[in-house]
Design a protein around this ligand. Structure first.
Ligand SMILES: [Zn+2]
Length: 535
């Protein structure tokens, strides 16, 4: 028997304790069949051989908490964040370019502009946008998503007069001469007849998003908010082919965040965790208990910095989450509960503790998502229930500065405490919550190792972990969190050949360079799905 693929001359970190390192790996029928000398013997005439030229090879990266379809949906809109469009001129250019690409009358949607950061320190006007796209309705959301700007065609297409009446809780902003300025606020945004995205558009966008994930070395992704639309898109993509990304689906439990919950329907149908296959499967039900640190809505034990007695918000009483979790577990569904502040982590813990006897709970590998600020006592209980801490360590890099500002130094030093998780034996996969934060997993590994923010602030050194452990958080531990530890997460004989080859060696480069690591090649089940140019 010859191998289909052999990667040789490689620095392979398998993340498998039984064989931590190797220099050759052989693949047959999408699975790993041999290492080193034994692998070399399997080279035949038909075997594809990749000479890694000494590069580091890791298991395919598993993003354990993301919103891939939201990320994909964003690709359908113009990206107007300051990083990509620093001035109004840039925004108008992007709009008129899109107008030339799509048929007249189709909506041009965009998001991410921020007047406070734009060069002109103002928002693009009604007249400017009407001139940039005279035949297309334009609707561009501000970064906060509570405001937008629109053009004449958008008013016309929505049947809104240019002398509009403000709806309850909304406002059409006007110029000093009384004409509409184009700025639309709060509920007035609902007056616009923006067509909803079609399943076909989403599928195309998801295929494009998949390319981005492969560029980052991600071969498996957990979608934390799956309802009918997401389930439809993933099922159709899997049937149609050309979608090798492995997807793990967490069904959105109840109506929250403006998204419709499907707990009732899922339990009525008798769906259980694990339904599906190695490519696409159902993980469990997801619930949210508190907000965010950036929005000062995470449910903290003590108030936010300089914010009176604001300790954040709990989205429901204890009895309610208890009921949902009990019902889910009784019906064979594991749960994943969003808890950031100590009070939310406490509520999640109590809900899980009361749902089933310890032995049964342990079998489910329930998850507390983000798990930013667990107390020492809570860490012990998380460990004893064998709950997975779905740690959003990527937040430290991308938005850690807001953590420092909103929580103060003492608490910022103990957010996403990976060293403490390890000490307690808590499995703690890393994540980005993409598109909340950038999906590049090397930002998360960098944050785990250095606890340094994009602004250069270090959130203490007590909770730093070695590079090896940071890689584990995005491979073996993430596989465990999805009951995938027998099929992916380490490079081991019999597991899928989901493999990444890196340009730089994370174990030897200076720590500050980990965030800049580029992927050289990504392989899913033995097939190359991404190859960097000039590598
Ligand atoms: Zn999320």
């Amino acid at each position: 028997m010859n191998a289909d693929l052999i990667i040789k001359n490689a620095t392979i970190h398998t993340m498998d304790d039984n064989r931590p390192k190797a220099d050759q790996i052989a693949v047959k029928d999408g699975k790993i069949i041999a290492f080193d000398q034994e692998a070399a013997l399997l080279q035949g005439e038909e075997t594809e051989v990749i000479d890694a030229d000494g590069r580091v090879v890791l298991p395919g990266i598993i993003e354990s908490h993301a919103h891939p379809l939201h990320y994909a949906n964003n690709l359908l809109q113009l990206d107007l964040r300051t990083e990509t469009a620093p001035s109004i001129t840039d925004i108008l250019e992007a709009v008129s370019k899109r107008a030339q690409e799509i048929p007249e009358g189709e909506w041009i949607l965009g998001m991410g502009w921020d007047d406070s950061k734009l060069k002109e320190k103002r928002f693009p006007s009604f007249e400017e946008l009407s001139e940039a796209a005279p035949h297309h309705p334009v609707f561009l959301k501000r970064t906060c998503v509570h405001n937008a700007v629109a053009n004449r065609k958008a008013f016309e297409a929505s049947g809104i007069s240019e002398d509009p009446v403000d709806p309850d809780g909304g406002h059409f902003h006007r110029n000093s001469d009384g004409t509409v300025s184009g700025l639309i606020q709060e509920n007035a945004m609902m007056e616009f007849a923006i067509p909803s995205v079609t399943i076909n558009q989403l599928k195309d966008a998801m295929r494009e998003a998949q390319e981005h994930f492969f560029q980052w070395g991600i071969t498996t992704i957990h979608d934390m908010a799956v309802s009918k639309k997401e389930l439809t898109v993933y099922q159709e993509l899997c049937k149609e082919g050309g979608f090798p990304l492995k997807v793990r689906m967490w069904l959105w439990g109840i109506d929250q965040m403006g998204w419709q919950g499907v707990e009732e329907e899922a339990l009525a149908l008798g769906l259980q965790s694990g339904l599906g296959d190695d490519h696409l499967n159902i993980q469990g039900l997801k619930y949210m208990l508190d907000g965010s640190v950036g929005g000062r809505t995470a449910a903290l034990a003590e108030p936010f910095v300089d914010d009176g007695d604001n300790r954040g918000i709990l989205y429901m009483p204890q009895e309610k989450i208890n009921k949902h979790v009990s019902r889910a577990v009784a019906n064979g569904m594991r749960v994943s509960i969003h808890g950031i502040g100590e009070r939310a982590v406490e509520m999640a813990l109590q809900a899980i503790e009361q749902a089933a006897p310890l032995d049964e709970n342990k079998k489910h590998r329930h998850r507390i998502e983000h798990c930013a600020l667990p107390s020492e006592e809570q860490l012990e209980r998380i460990a004893s229930q064998e709950i997975v801490a779905g740690s959003s360590i990527g937040f430290i890099y991308a938005i850690g500065d807001s953590y420092w500002n909103n929580l103060g130094e003492e608490r910022a030093r103990r957010v996403f405490p990976h060293a403490s998780f390890r000490k307690h034996g808590i499995v703690s996969p890393g994540n980005s919550d993409m598109p909340v934060c950038p999906g590049n997993p090397f930002f998360g590994m960098y944050a785990a190792v250095t606890r340094t923010t994009v602004g250069g602030q270090q959130l203490g050194t007590e909770e730093t972990i070695p590079v090896e452990e940071a890689v584990k958080a995005y491979t073996a531990d993430a596989a465990y969190s999805g009951f995938d530890d027998t099929i992916i997460g380490t490079l081991s004989e019999g597991k899928y050949a989901d493999i990444v080859i890196l340009e730089d060696n994370p174990f030897t480069i200076p720590e500050e360079k980990i965030k800049d690591i580029q992927v050289s090649q990504t392989i899913v089940e033995g097939e190359t799905v991404y190859k960097r140019e000039n590598s």
